[in-house]
Structure formats: structure tokens, C-alpha cells
Write a protein that binds this ligand. Sequence first.
Ligand code: SF4
Length: 181
Amino acid sequence: MQWVSWIQKVNVVVIRGCNDHELVDFARYARQKGLSIRFIEFMPLDSGRKWKRGDLVSGREILDRVNKVFPIYLAESSRGRETAWKYRFVDGAKGEIGIISSVTDAFCGACSRIRLTADGQIRTCLFSTAEYDLRGLLRNGGTRSEIIGLIRSAVAKKELGHTINTNHFEHASRSMSAIGG
Ligand code: SF4
């Protein structure tokens, strides 16, 4: 079978006791529709700050639970620049399972992401506690070189990664819904 790289993706944040009973249903849906269902570990980016480690369903557990019903195999030996480990169905069914283990198998070391929020703030990590005010600079007539300077200075301060697995974890200054993707 020839594999297509433009497969449509559906992201599913898995939360224990909320939607983890649907893992196999989602995998079945991937097979029926030829989709990539990407299961994402739940991270402490919720607006209510109610995240508890017990809410997390690890990528390993997700893999085991799907594999038990629909055997899957690792499709590529490296994540490359992507965040998901990709799995395909042993029986050759269409579709793909992606597992994004953002907490238990973080990929921060390979991260080059910088985000611009809808209100014009540069964020250098999902878990940033500081932002860089690009909108303010633009509205105040910032020159091209000032804009480049702001972006360069933000990039230079990019975090090494999240600290969820340490005892000095600090919540991000915005929740995921306020950051946007
Ligand atoms: S460095 Fe920040 S934005 Fe990049 S992968 Fe890690 S947590 Fe996500």
C-alpha cells in the first residue's frame, strides 16, 4: 500500500475518567475514515488549573490499550521534527494512530516553536510565563529593525522546555484556549 503524507489529522487530548474509555472507538474511526487520530497526553494548560497527574493517561498506556484491540506497529523510527510517534494498523487498514507523549516523553529538545497570540504577543513556549509585546511595538510605529530586534531577543530567551515533571513547575501565564494551538 502506498502511504499518503497529507492524511487528515484529528487531535484528541486524553483525560482519565473523561474520554479515555473512547480510545478504541477513536482508533476504529481512524480505520473507517482513513484519518490520523492523534492522542495527546493531557498537560497542565487548562484554564481552571485543575490538572492532576492522575488525570494523565500516558502515551504508553494509550498504545497498549489500542494495540490490544487493533494491533499497530511503529511506522517510523524517529519523530523527526514532528511531535507524534506514528503507528499503522498491522492488518493494513487505512488510517493512522499518532501518540503525542508531551509529558512522559517530551520533545522539547527539538522544539523550535514560537507562537503569536491573537492579541499580538509572542510566546516562546506553551508554558511561558513572559510574553513579548509585538502589537504594542507595531501600534507605536516600531521600525523594521526594532521589530527584528524584539523577535530576536524573544527567540534568544526561548525556554529549554517545560518543567511539568519537576517540583518547581510554574503554570503558564495563559491557558491553552487563550494561547490557541
Ligand atoms: S519547549 Fe515548550 S512549546 Fe516547545 S515542545 Fe516543550 S513545552 Fe512545547
